[in-house]
Write a protein that binds this ligand. Structure first.
Ligand code: NOJ
Length: 724
């Protein structure tokens, strides 16, 4: 879009130094420093902690700078501002786009009331390596669900219009391939083929741009040897030129400075010039201001490029309505979660919880003697990675249970702590377990082990928690394990001995209440895994949408629910030497993507397809085939089913993923009722990015497709479609 007249006039009126000021966001200064920076012409700042402080800064910008341009106020509003929703990985587990949009709306309303106008969210890095701590911040391993949830969040943040008093500008991050760091180590190199870039990592960003995301953040990693802050091909040629992105490309914190240790810039001036030249619009960290102005003089930077960047920044300020009114009503700042906000995040936490297994122990049936144990029993650490220090605190599960189970004799004995090596509390727990009717074990990893710079090489429960679980199993008393985590964990050493296991993630402000809702059966644990749980840390990265290889290992007969390696059933060759496998691990993950059940039970009818043959031209003209399935709730309780549709491209010009999610829908079904769930499949679902020519082309290749529909990967029925 060409700049508006107001923006054009401002660009013409700004001096060179003022333009450079607009192209920076300074990282968390004090209010005093922020005022100085704004007075000096800096165009964006991190949130100074209150609506009053924001107004003070805007007053400086409007009244004390030459052209009176208001500032953008940025903050990582990632899964909440004052009210914290479940972590994004948990939000993906809900398979509920509307809910994710609502959560983003809530976060936007709270943040904008405080003067925040720009969030650095959603994170849409397809994440297939659970060693990487940042998997907590994204939507997991699947391209489609990441793209869909990214769209939902952008819509939630932006609302009807950015100028509204409850909307903030979204940033899709981190562009690109940051979710595939070598070894799962944060910030590490990513080397992705064009095929993988186009079909995996770029795809959610394309969706976010299509949805209108206001900004895109460059990532810390290299791609193809080029750090993303200096990657002109991806920032300019693909993102801006090919996709027509007209928003802001913002750098990550000190990402421009980091070009020096990356060894692609000789010094800071070189780094800044490289980054703006590559297509970066706003530097995060203040690098340009740290330089002697002569280093960034007009003869050393392309003035047209700089004007383009300034135009993008001013256009966002205009869209946010800041030129008309940069101030927020201080009396309206939402500093506490409202009742509705709490209710929403509680629903989300329950909907995100995944029932990994259940032998009928859950929901609890009014047990009398209850032992509550594990490091999460009395902890309030439910908020997860990227939580604000000013967020409303969460409560403890032990307290919540105390209130909700007045008839029970509750005994609380955590037994072990998260990180230390002290197992001396376990014998006491064992003795208490012998006296109990049920043991509730609240285990997991603390928030501090998840998020940025929190990669782990060992994905088992930290500390002595596994020992605690095995000791409880040894008593013979029934028990339930609730896992709070920001990533898939390795549970192989104890899962077979546990009667019931729930993954509750880091569930946010109302996590404790939601967990108790589930234990008591007041809510359904109806989430599905957005990332596979590996059998061993040495098995990662492992994800369901893998290619087959020329020598796939296959397990014969019917797939068993927990040892599935998707698509690999056939003649049993797993014992043959020259097939792709580990000699010392069973095939497939412990629990695959999409796994999860609930208390209600469902039966799916045979899927139907509206046509078994379709012409390519018909599809290309916009037609769809419709696949539908009837889903019956066979239980006596209402419940939510997540119907998943996976595409199998039987023969293609490039090795296709063995299965790929192309549609899903979450439906509430009353007891005994039957609903019809239908999906439209067209070119977007059947095609892929072909990189045979540059630029890549989106193609649908004629041939046979199978569409597998069901409640999870290993429980699907297929219909066939021929594209001619
Ligand atoms: C670094 C992180 O990588 C990024 O996600 C975040 O938005 C910035 N810091 C700003 O806090």
């Amino acid at each position: 879009m060409p700049p508006s007249r107001r923006v054009r006039a401002l660009i013409d009126g700004l001096s060179w130094a003022e333009k450079l000021g607009q192209l920076q966001i300074v990282f968390r200064p004090s209010l005093h420093e922020a005022k100085q920076l704004v007075r000096g012409g800096i165009g964006s700042v991190f949130w100074p902690r209150s609506s009053a402080a924001v107004n003070a800064l805007q007053r400086v910008a409007v009244e004390e700078t030459r052209l009176g341009i208001p500032v953008l106020v940025g903050l990582d509003v990632v899964h909440g501002h004052r009210t914290t929703a479940p972590i994004p990985l948990a939000q993906a587990a809900t398979f509920d786009r509307d809910l994710v949009r609502e959560l983003a709306r809530l976060a936007a309303a709270e943040a904008r009331s405080a003067g925040v106008t720009w969030t650095f969210s959603p994170m849409i890095d397809v994440s297939r390596d659970p060693r990487w701590g940042r998997v907590a911040e994204g939507f997991g391993e699947d391209v489609y669900i990441t793209a869909e949830m990214g769209r939902a969040m952008v819509r939630g943040y932006h609302g009807e219009e950015l100028a509204a008093s409850d909307a903030i500008a979204a940033t899709a991050k981190h562009f690109v391939a940051y979710g595939q760091p070598e070894g799962g180590r944060d910030y590490n190199t990513a080397d992705a083929s064009e095929h993988r870039l186009r079909n995996v990592h770029l795809e959610p960003f394309r969706a976010a741009v299509e949805t209108g995301a206001a900004a895109v953040m460059a990532s810390f990693n290299t791609v193809d040897g080029r750090p993303m802050h200096a990657n002109r091909r991806l920032l300019t040629d693909v993102l801006k030129s090919e996709w027509g992105f007209d928003g802001i490309v913002v750098g990550d914190a000190d990402g421009v400075r980091n070009l020096i240790p990356h060894r692609v810039a000789a010094d800071l001036a070189d780094a800044v010039r490289l980054a703006y030249g590559a297509g970066l619009d706003v530097e995060m960290g203040g690098a340009p201001s740290d330089l002697n102005p002569s280093e960034l003089a007009p003869d050393r930077l392309d003035p047209a490029r700089l004007d383009d960047a300034v135009g993008r920044v001013l256009a966002l300020k205009e869209a946010l309505g800041l030129f008309d009114d940069p101030y927020v009503p201080e009396a309206d700042e939402r500093t506490e979660p409202t009742h509705e906000a709490r209710r929403l995040v509680r629903t989300a936490a329950a909907r995100s919880a995944v029932l990994l297994k259940n032998d009928g122990t859950l929901p609890l049936r009014r047990p009398r003697r209850v032992l509550v144990t594990g490091p999460y029993a009395e902890s309030a650490d439910h908020l997860g990675a990227w939580t604000q220090s000013f967020a409303a605190p969460a409560g403890s599960i032990a307290d919540e249970l105390g209130e909700r189970m007045p008839q029970a004799e509750l005994r609380v004995a955590p037994g072990v702590r998260f990180l230390d090596d002290d197992a001396s509390g376990i014998p006491l727990v064992v003795a208490a377990a012998r006296e109990a009717d049920i043991v509730l074990v609240f285990a997991g990893e603390p928030s501090s082990l998840t998020g940025e710079a929190a990669s782990r090489s060992d994905l088992r429960l930290p500390g002595r928690q596994e020992e605690l679980i095995r000791a409880i199993a040894g008593t013979g008393t029934p028990f339930v394990v609730v896992l709070e985590t920001g990533r898939p964990l390795v549970v192989a050493d104890w899962i077979d001995r546990a009667p019931a296991v729930i993954v509750a993630w880091h569930g946010g402000t109302e996590a404790a209440a939601a967990i108790v809702d589930i234990l008591l059966g007041d809510a359904e644990p109806s989430g599905r895994l957005p990332m596979s749980f590996p059998r061993s840390s040495a098995q990662v990265p492992i994800h369901y949408a893998h290619e087959l290889t020329g020598r796939p290992a296959t397990v014969g007969g019917t797939l068993d629910e927990t040892s599935v390696d998707i698509g690999l059933h056939g003649p049993d060759n797993v014992h043959e030497k020259y097939t792709s496998k580990y000699l010392d691990l069973e095939l497939g993950p412990q629990f695959a993507f999409g796994h999860g059940s609930g208390y209600a039970t469902f039966v799916h009818g045979a899927p139907r397809i509206s046509a078994d043959t379709v012409r390519l031209e018909t599809l290309e003209a916009g037609a769809h085939v419709v696949v539908e399935v009837e889903v019956t709730n066979t239980s006596s309780r209402p419940g939510d089913e997540v119907v998943q549709a996976y595409l199998e491209d039987v023969v293609a010009s490039v090795a296709p993923p063995v299965r790929r999610l192309v549609a899903f829908e979450r439906r509430t079904v009353e007891p005994g009722a039957t609903v019809t769930v239908s999906f439209e499949l067209g070119t977007a679902e059947l095609g892929f990015w072909s990189t045979d020519s540059a630029p890549a082309r989106f193609v649908v290749e004629p041939g046979l497709f199978r569409i597998h529909i069901g409640s999870r990967l290993e429980r699907t029925q297929a219909v066939e479609l021929v594209v001619r």
